[in-house]
Write a protein that binds this ligand. Structure first.
Ligand code: ATP
Ligand code: MG
Length: 177
């Protein structure tokens, strides 16, 4: 249990809504003039609504460091390339965390990046341990490692009850991206 003032928050599970929850939290925090930094791992070159809206306002900075799906849906990019860009994203997120310029940092899909071996779990645990006292950090993505869950203050697992994907309906604009 992390007993500092800033929380470690984890949104995990197979159901839809993890990134949406993080985006909602970012908006809520920014409403109180919190400075927010969001780093999105894995995600490739789709244009997400959150990116469009956050680039048009102040208070929430959003960056993306990914090449898209890793090892599925026809991905032929060498794993090393995925790893390199994920590590770049991690370094940038770490700089943001220790810069003192932010109140909330979101590491979107970082659990997936760890699970795929793109980011080192030990490095993330160290970051959580050493983060500035008042900073809140949100980590999203399926398969949150148990070590992170143990250190977190808030952990929500979103359970999949149904999803249109099962009927062959693919990502819907405004809902999924
Ligand atoms: P969102 O970004 O919509 O909040 P998420 O972050 O919970 O979703 P991810 O695991 O990051 O979900 O997956 C991203 C994409 O996969 C989204 O387009 C989402 O709709 C889709 N997805 C999420 N959950 C499921 C599911 N249970 N079955 C099929 N597709 C899913
Ligand atoms: Mg997500």
């Amino acid at each position: 249990m992390n007993n500092k003032k800033g929380f470690i928050i984890v949104y995990t599970g197979n159901g839809k809504g993890k990134t949406s929850a993080a985006i909602g939290s970012a908006v809520r925090a920014a409403g109180h003039n919190f400075k927010v930094f969001i780093m999105q791992f894995i995600k490739g070159n789709w244009i997400y609504g959150e990116e469009k809206i956050f680039k048009s306002i102040s208070g929430i900075e959003i960056k993306r460091k990914g090449l898209g799906f890793v090892g599925i849906f026809g991905d032929e990019i060498p794993k090393e390339k995925h790893k390199k860009i994920a590590e770049e994203g991690f370094r940038e997120a770490k700089d943001a965390i220790f810069s003192g310029n932010y109140d909330l940092v979101v590491l979107d899909e970082i659990n997936v990046a760890i699970d795929l071996g793109l980011i080192n779990l030990e490095d993330v645990l160290k970051l959580i341990e050493e983060k500035p006292e008042n900073l809140h950090i949100i980590l999203t993505g399926r398969k949150a490692p148990v070590e992170i869950v143990k250190k977190a203050d808030i952990v929500s697992e979103i359970v999949d009850i149904k999803h249109p994907y099962e009927k062959g309906i693919e990502a819907v604009k405004g809902i999924d991206f």
